[in-house]
Design a protein around this ligand. Structure first.
Ligand code: EPZ
Length: 419
């Protein structure tokens, strides 16, 4: 079992290149299945979730090869439509393969993804939308058996909540459907635009991605293409939080500053100086951060729920009281109990967390219970006095490539210890 051992406090400084977005790479890999030719995805992060998607594609019959940060996906040999339970359990977002498999094969079998560490993760919106597109779905004993009589049919789909995964599944199912699909109240996340851009580069006819209404005119065939995955905005926000809590001064390359608009004001409010230019973000933190009045997690372009844990860790050392309201997931405060072990002062009442800034954190043994919560513990550990040992590193490896190496580049004393 691996742990991360962090000796603090340190002041982060230096330059780092941020990897491609996990939450773009996964649906893009599913999209590559829809094509009639090979596609190459560049800027793909080396993450365990990407490995799970690779295993899913291979299980379906695709050829997948990694060369550095590029994934070459050849969907031509694909001949299977079933994702085994073991792979579905490894990654809840495997559900994003459903729309693509249905469109390609006309049928799909997979287990219901069920709940996860963030609380219940229903897929009712995905299923309702796919039924609107003519898919017949049987939910039995935790298993989804889906068939498409003839072809997927374009339809208008009104989402009651702008679900990211449901919007992706509809795009994937509708890109090669018969007729026109209109998604109302679609998710507006940058990862949706990245998916639509990839599909359009392959010959799809999708307009409106990034807005609330997306129109998809189904096409007969998609060819392959070469595509560069967008930067990971959550990883960027995590490294900015790490720099800010340590009073640091860092320059991040390979970012998409426009996608950071919902988070950058928070760093400014707590006293950091920020500059963006091209694909760079520079942050210089004050000696002590100020509190941030309130942070409410919302669908894009609101403040992202995935950035809530690392930003909360950052504010544990700010002067004053910061308030968080988590509106996206029921169980996204699991890092709070572990931050308390490091000396943070946080009270949680339902969706609200009140963070009273303290002047000192002290190293302790803590356990990551989920991906972003794990990143929060690393952020706090960098500023804590003494050694912080973070277990549950497998969660962190789902979303952060070589986190210990990257933080070491910025001057942190972090190592991965195997026992
Ligand atoms: C995506 O999950 C991301 N995952 C999550 O990132 C992110 O937290 C989330 O979007 C919100 O931004 C990937 O892109 C792989 P949703 P997704 O469907 O698609 C409810 C990370 O740390 N809902 O927009 O599952 C749901 O319960 C991960 O990288 C329904 O009720 O998010 C939740 O409360 C974790 N029924 C809310 O909507 C449905 O059918 C948002 O879910 C679908 C969703």
């Amino acid at each position: 079992m691996a742990t991360l051992q962090i000796r603090g406090p340190v002041r982060l400084s230096g330059e780092l290149t941020v990897h491609g977005a996990k939450n773009s790479t996964l649906p893009l890999m599913a999209a590559a299945l829809l094509c009639e030719e090979e596609s190459v995805l560049h800027n793909c992060p080396k993450l365990s979730d990407v490995d799970v998607s690779t295993r899913i594609l291979r299980r379906l019959g695709c050829k997948v090869e990694r060369q550095g940060a590029s994934l070459r996906i050849d969907p031509r040999p694909a001949d299977d439509w079933e994702i085994p339970d073991t792979l579905m359990r490894e990654m809840r977002s495997s559900i994003v393969f459903l729309g693509a498999i249905l469109s390609k094969m006309g049928k799909a079998v997979m287990s219901f993804p069920g709940g996860c560490e963030l609380g219940p993760r229903p897929i009712d919106l995905h299923l309702k939308a796919l039924r609107r597109l003519g898919v017949e779905i049987c939910e039995d004993y935790g298993c989804l058996t889906c068939t498409v009589p003839g072809k997927v049919k374009g339809a208008s789909v009104n989402l009651s909540f702008p679900s990211v995964g449901a919007t992706e599944n509809i795009l994937l199912a509708a890109a090669r459907a018969e007729g026109i699909t209109v998604i109302s109240n679609a998710a507006r996340e940058p990862e949706i635009c990245d998916l639509a851009n990839f599909l359009n580069a392959c010959g799809a006819k999708i307009s409106g991605a990034g807005g609330s209404t997306i129109v998809i005119q189904g096409v007969e065939k998609l060819h392959g293409c070469q595509h560069k995955v967008i930067a990971d905005r959550i990883t960027t926000a995590t490294y900015l939080s790490a720099a800010a809590i340590t009073g640091g001064n860092i320059l991040l390359h390979g970012t998409e500053p426009e996608h950071l608009l919902p988070v950058l004001p928070v760093f400014e409010e707590c006293g950091c100086t920020l500059e963006t230019s091209g694909d760079m973000v520079w942050l210089k933190a004050p000696r002590r951060l100020s509190r941030v009045r309130s942070i409410r997690t919302m669908p894009y372009p609101g403040f992202p729920t995935d950035a809530q844990p690392p930003v909360m860790a950052m504010l544990t050392l700010a002067s004053g009281t910061s308030i968080f309201v988590e509106n996206m997931f029921e169980n996204r405060y699991k890092h709070v109990g572990e931050l308390l072990r490091l000396g943070a002062n946080i009270k949680v009442e339902g969706r609200v967390a009140v963070v009273e800034g303290t002047s000192r954190l002290t190293g302790a043994s803590v356990e990551a219970a989920d991906l972003r919560g794990g990143a929060a513990l690393v952020v706090a550990g960098l500023a804590a006095h003494g050694v912080t040992t973070v277990s549950g590193v497998r969660h962190i490896d789902r979303g952060y490539e070589s986190i210990e190496k990257n933080l070491s580049i910025l001057g942190a004393d972090v190592s991965r210890v195997f026992s």
